[in-house]
Design a protein around this ligand. Structure first.
Ligand code: NAD
Ligand code: UDP
Length: 343
């Protein structure tokens, strides 16, 4: 098994060609909170390849060392096991603040901790940005729009969130995190950037995090029933992770400080999405309906005019291309877990 692991690591290393060399002047010290998670680890790859010094802070609640282990030992990389609910003192130029559980079952598992991470944790990161005179980018979410009454959602829309529902710990946590960013910007001149991220998928999503993409792909690969919640007429718009990561870096370095939607406007009903995955994978899975979760947004689609105008950004990866890559990833993960079960 060790040999296989080494071979897998070698293969992964080959997928990262040379890390660029940046002179001291251009090299930034970058902190990524939640950098061992799904999105964070792809951001680590991009910034490391660009030649920056990257520090990841993660408490490994939903993240895994495995997502970033190919960088361990690289002189530009540091991994710190730390919970951002506690203060952190380091010297950095930029902070990508991603630490927070992101999938509904994960953030509902311990709502109080979700609130603490998004409130106290965000205060700590803003305090750090203030002390080092750095710039902070908050990974906010389309969930700030709640169950929207405006479609598609532009950044000016204030949202429609149930403040005491089961999703509130996350939705309101992110809303107050945004409020804190602009309070620190106004009062203490902290430079802030706010990305409102729409549903994102790709390799390194957790196998069992309960989000629709991972659920459907795993269910179809294993010939199990595909669980559509409710009638499946609710919609989502899915973006591939590399598009998001490019958008995050563009936003961090842009001259625009108000919130920006990052998402792919390619909108599908969940039932349609289940059929797309079923047809791509083939197999025997049937689609079954389960009760819908309380406050599940009925539709969601980003208006990305601002990202286009201010960042010159738009998604590049078609959904089918992204889905095929993600299916391949989950196929390998399943093989891997079967292999470790056998041994
Ligand atoms: P993820 O669960 O894979 O990553 C979150 C990371 O934060 C994990 O590594 C976790 O261990 C870490 N973390 C959680 N609480 C922490 C704490 N108290 N201290 C330190 N580390 C902590 O989720 P993701 O999909 O990569 O999401 C990353 C960010 O993007 C989150 O802030 C999420 O709200 C936001 N976002 C993601 C999506 C999406 O579709 N993936 C959509 C909207 C917003
Ligand atoms: N969903 C589903 N079956 C599943 C998981 C999710 O039908 O096995 C639905 C869920 O009800 C929601 C949509 O898929 O309408 C997206 O859910 P997800 O948890 O991925 O993220 P959300 O956008 O709700 O935060």
């Amino acid at each position: 098994e060790l040999k296989q692991r080494v071979a897998a690591l070698e293969k992964e290393k080959k997928t990262f060609p040379e890390v660029k060399f940046l002179t001291y002047k251009d090299r930034k010290r970058i902190l990524i909170t939640g950098g061992a998670g799904f999105v964070g680890s792809h951001l680590v790859d991009k910034l490391m390849l660009e030649g920056h010094e990257v520090t990841v802070v993660d408490n490994f609640f939903t993240g895994r060392k495995r997502n970033v282990e190919h960088w361990i030992g690289h002189e530009n990389f540091e991994l710190i096991n730390h919970d951002i609910v506690n203060p952190l003192f380091i010297e950095v130029d930029q902070i990508y603040h991603l630490a927070s559980p992101a999938s509904p079952p994960n953030y509902m598992y311990n709502p109080v901790k979700t609130i603490k991470t998004n409130t106290i944790g965000t205060i700590h990161m803003l305090g750090l940005a203030k002390r080092v005179r750095g710039r902070l980018l908050l990974a906010s979410t389309s969930e700030v729009y709640g169950d929207p009454e405006v479609h598609p959602q532009p950044e000016e829309y204030w949202g429609h969130v149930n403040p005491i529902g089961p999703r509130a710990c996350y939705d309101e946590g992110k809303r107050v995190a945004e409020t804190m960013c602009y309070a620190y910007a106004k009062q203490d001149h902290v430079q802030v950037r706010v990305a409102r991220i729409f549903n994102t998928f790709g390799p390194r999503m957790h196998m069992n995090d309960g989000r629709v993409v991972s659920n459907f792909i795993l269910q179809a690969l294993q010939g199990e029933p595909m669980t559509v919640y409710g009638d499946g007429n609710q919609t989502r718009s899915f973006q591939y992770v590399s598009d998001l990561v490019n958008g995050l870096v563009k936003l961090m370095n842009a001259n625009y400080s108000l919130p920006v939607n990052l998402g792919n406007p390619d909108e599908h009903t969940i039932l349609d999405f289940a059929n797309i995955i079923k047809n791509l994978i083939g197999g025997e899975s049937k689609i079954v309906h389960k009760p819908i979760m309380q406050d599940d947004p009925k539709k969601r689609k980003p208006d990305i005019t601002k990202a286009r105008d201010y960042l010159n950004w738009k998604p590049q990866v078609p959904m089918m291309t992204g889905i095929k890559k993600t299916i391949e990833y989950f196929r390998n993960e399943l093989q891997r877990s079967r292999h470790s079960e056998r041994n």
